[in-house]
Design a protein around this ligand. Structure first.
Ligand code: SF4
Length: 248
């Protein structure tokens, strides 16, 4: 694992998903096999495999403090091409510092992570007006999680994190994307723990070899996606925003 401390030029970038995105790190220790953010390897010239390098933007908080003063206020996605609560966050606390700045200046934030480390920052998240926190929960089967996301925290820890966040009065969501095999059981795991769910199918080919190696191709079809969507849609207390493949 190669960890490098770097000085970034800016940290509050325009985003197509929300108004802005903040990435305190480049690279992600979770190293999910399907991760679309691996294009950052090419952009930054890293030669290590995805998941084995992280650049730490040590000046992220200073930059953000200055940038929120200059830019028009909006909603900030934390984060887009890294997990803001990957293990290094425990040491550096950059995500926490950025959230504190956003909260103090009245900016809204949508946090997205696979890690229960987000629970450390419940105090800040509660302070932030219009803050919400989401856990990516791609399957209900931790055996499947180990095949596709071996470096990311167990599913049970993510579900518990959602429950605790919501119990603390924070608006929560589950990001079921990309939908992995064994996701049907999420219909039993999520009710009462989230305000809404987002679901999308696997749009990237990086992990095709995992499906093939373990004979899981039948759970990558439109039919399988439709089946899981229907199960989730039938839950009255879990409103969803469902991105569907054409024809569904
Ligand atoms: S946690 Fe997110 S950013 Fe990190 S490797 Fe997995 S999909 Fe990519």
């Amino acid at each position: 694992m190669v960890v490098k401390e770097v000085l970034a030029k800016s940290v509050l970038s325009k985003s197509k998903i929300f108004d802005y995105v903040v990435n305190p790190y480049i690279g992600c220790r979770h190293g999910c096999f399907y991760c679309y953010a691996r294009f950052m390897k090419r952009v930054t010239g890293h030669r290590e495999p995805w998941g084995e390098f992280v650049d730490v933007k040590t000046n992220a908080a200073e930059l953000l403090r200055a940038e929120v003063r200059k830019k028009k206020r909006g909603r900030v996605w934390v984060s887009g091409v890294c997990d803001p609560y990957q293990p290094l966050e425990e040491k550096y606390g950059l995500t926490r510092k950025c959230l504190e700045i956003l909260a103090r200046n009245g900016w809204e934030a949508t946090i997205q992570t696979r890690s229960p480390l987000v629970l450390r920052d419940i105090d800040v998240i509660r302070r932030g007006e219009g803050f919400e926190a989401g856990l990516s929960v791609t399957t209900a089967d931790d055996g499947v999680r180990k095949l596709f996301e071996p470096g990311a925290p167990p599913i049970a820890d993510r579900i518990r994190a959602l429950e605790e966040l919501r119990g603390a009065g924070i608006r929560t969501y589950a990001m079921i994307a990309p939908l992995l095999p064994g996701a049907e059981g999420l219909a039993e795991l999520l009710p009462g723990k989230v305000d809404y769910v987002l679901i999308d199918c696997m749009n990237y080919a990086y992990a095709d070899w995992v499906y093939r190696k373990h004979g899981l191709e039948d759970q990558r079809t439109d039919e399988y996606f439709r089946k899981v969507v229907r199960r989730l849609e039938s839950l009255k207390d879990v409103p969803g925003r469902f991105d569907r493949p054409p024809g569904i």
